[in-house]
Design a protein around this ligand. Sequence first.
Ligand code: GLC
Length: 795
Amino acid sequence: MDPRKLLLALRFVGLRTALRAVWSAWERDRAERSIRIPHPVPWQPIRPLERMDLLPDGARFNGPDAELEVRFLASDVLRLTWTPGLLPLPYAVVRETLEETPIAWAPQPDGWVLESSAVRIAVSAHGRLRFQTPAGCVWREEDPPERGGGAWRHRIRLRPEERLYGLGERAAPLNRRGRVYRMWNRDPGGSYGPDADPLYLGIPLWLSLHSDGAYLVFYENPFDAIFDLGATEPDAAWVTFAGGALRYYVFYGPPARAMNRYTELTGRPPLPPRWALGFHQSRWSYMSAEEVRAVARGFQEHELPLQAIHLDIDYMDGYRVFTVDRRRFPDLPELIRELEGQGIRTVVILDPGVKIDPDHPVYREGWRQGAFCRLPDGRIYRGLVWPGWCAFPDFTDPQVRRWWGSHYRSFVEMDVAGFWHDMNEPTTFTAWGEPTFPRTVRHALEGRGGDHREAHNLYGLLMNQAAWEALRELRPDRRPFLLTRSGWAGVQRYAWNWTGDTESTWAMLRRTLSVVLGLGLSGIPYTGPDIGGFSGAPSAELFIRWFQAAAFMPFFRSHAAKGTPRREPWAFGEPALSIIREFLRLRVRLLPYLYTLAWETAQTGAPLVRPLFWLDEKDPSLWEIEDAFLLGPALLVAPVVEEGARSRKVFLPSGEWYDFWSDQRFAGPGTVEASAPLERIPIFVRAGSILPMAEGGLTLHIYVPSTGGGEGSLYHDDGDGFGPYRMARFRMEREGNRVGLRWVDEGELPWPWETLTLRFHGFSVRRAVVDGREIPVQGDCFTVRPFREVQINGS
Ligand code: GLC
């Protein structure tokens, strides 16, 4: 272990635990002795496929040692399964098929062709696969797969210009090509910086962009895997799974379409409660109710909006899960009530490890019910975490999920608003080797049985499933709010994510943008970093810049490790405090827009934070941009990620853009030098956008294009629960000196605002006619009652 890491680990876990970690690593090694992995793996190409049997939506191809099944789940979605190998349990997917798809087939000189209206796949007798358009343009090409010692691997040809994105949480550049990645969820141990791999939440999928189109591939296989994306062979990707069948889904189409299909298959990220989009304050740990009160008071006194406070592990009694330390938090329900009175929700952390302590009721109960993971010899597996030796619920058992979920009741009764799931990679402290369970640990896997090799990457996903299902029952009229460190494909159905224990460095702030973008492109739209980084002492400048960037990310939370200097917004004095206040207020102003984006995400799976190529995936000049991002369709955010920088270059994609701060108009494509004094980061608004903002009442900011049209929408509901909603869609059209604005509504909720303000950007208003009646106007801004149509004259 690197000595710096060792010191850091000591600081976090203490000497006693560090010494036990030696024992724990030794126990793990002993438990894993029975696993022998052949080295080198004796890879064998499959022998040729000999026959084809047509299925209603695809075909099955058989050879002497392998079978390939190809099914069209929709015209643009294929599922391919190479066996032999264990089929995955359907933890990631929620649908078996997407839509009925007529297909045609034809024999070929060296194989077969299957075709829908959107995709043609040519399967050669040797097992080579070519994915094409019906016109014959190839957009993915695979060589025949190989088998070795129960493992599968295959090679995908890459084109020179091809870029690859995704793979879940990666501290790598946005374009993942040229590196090797491991798919094995892992706590990097106390802190991580750029390029660390793997991290807590891998998703075996990538999005590919090249000059003949785009597609997304998702491997439904939870086993340990290596994704070599052009590192060993520059023009090929190698994907190797240590076990299981080689099953994958291929989604053809541009990113928005592919993500829509992918989240149709694996589940959409549901609409969160609105408060979750506000600011969250956290620290490891607020040690007492008094400290929490003081923090809340600080926010009030400094006039800083705050929506949630997080309680880290020290609220528990000796880190025993589902307990409360009554000395530090003598009346937690009362504290929660008090905070709620100030508009602040309480979120508590929960770790899966249950302290092995006969006096701990959760342990006793779990033991009685056989809820804990066991070693092959039948003993309960023990691993080391914060409480010391722990037993771990087997979330792959539906009964255990229910049992675990039942423990949320007491917190729900106290009105705890959300739950923060940590250490669920799962992580255990070990002095060397893998910081997790031995791979021989047994799991129920829905009764089919299996071991940790298969269950490891699923553990976090299923912990969240357990909690989600419990909360839906315990609090049926509220939307659950879960935050998780680990997960797998499908975890977006249950939980938000944060990017874990980052270093407090400029380099990591820079890289954080790619981490967040990459998660969004992996189906995880709700994520964000610990502001300022987790493990260090950011300077005021770094903290300010981090705060400014995070203000535009879905999960907006300040958090810091034990022993680090205080980070509450006032800790840095002025001008930090005033700057932070401005960004907190800006976030509040943006909430109607963010909430509308959340609604869109729940419908389509589109991430809130998007790479610039989301605007036009065919434009290669956007493919590598990773120092800026889009927040929804309207905003381009260019955080400052260099120390001392007071301006920065921003690439504006084609179209017209408004500087958010000054309203100056720019024509893209092109690079501008945008000013970025400490109190600002460059933000641009796409001309044609209509941005709803909370400014006293509701304001629609209308960014008028010099010609043509634009649109915007506003989703509104109670902010929680499952009641009626209202969706207002606005459409503007400019013709010379006239702008017309139309409003169409949908939903049952009565429109909640009596009036609204229209503020025009880049257009000065002289005359306004609302639903046929002229109203007096002055300047760029006027207030109206709900309308159907407004006609404006001006210039
Ligand atoms: C882990 C988490 C971190 C938390 C700490 C103590 O390191 O990633 O956010 O503060 O554990 O619970």
